[in-house]
Design a binder for this molecule. Sequence first.
Ligand code: SF4
Length: 251
Amino acid sequence: MDSLFKHHADSDDRLPQIHRLLLGYFGEQKPREPWDPLSQFIYSLLSSRTKTETTYQVVRQLRARFGTWENLRDASLAEIEEAIRDVSFPEQKAVQLKASLEAITQRYGSLTLDFLGRYRTDKIRAWLEQFPGVGPKTSAAVVNFSTLRRRALCVDSHHLRVTQRLGLTPRADAATTEERLMRMVPETWSAEMLDEHHQLIKQLGQTLCTFAEPKCSQCPLLQMCPYGKKVLAADEQIAPRVASLEVRQAT
Ligand code: SF4
């Protein structure tokens, strides 16, 4: 099954097409100024189920309050939890953050992730995924968004939902979805372009392809989206019934 899928995926140009259409709709994305890998790691650990701007704000406050990431690591759990209270699940994330920063220090000898630049991408990701709360989404964000700038696709909840609605891959978890999408990514796409693709899909998920109410009639991907076509077809079937009910009620 997977080899059949791979054969189809190898000749698939849907991702470049999606990228072009989304660029046309949302416009050029502001290029990211990549952070060092440790700062990106901290940001990504805090970011799940939290608005992007809130997470940026919390990371800025952490820098101002603790001065160094070593001071953050050495702070008490209660203090860390209090400092990150604006992100979702602060109690759980404070435990994961402190434990991860301590484990990195123990394994490397000091608190940095700059040394990861010497390793292959798959090795870096496996190393990062040993730490509490770190899954494929966080490891992809660290290798792709930070100054490491490696090829990876960060599949967050928006990316997962949009991908499934577009029928790009069978329903699966983030790791499997990323693996399948990466087979469809042209070899010419750089790490920066994969980052831009992630940003475009995220923007689509936040604005049009929302969880509760996708605005398919406004979506630039409608012509290639089986889910969107079904939503519109259902709306068209319902609309005449609603109109006739309204007429009957008015008479
Ligand atoms: S057409 Fe609808 S379901 Fe499909 S990607 Fe666009 S908003 Fe999402």
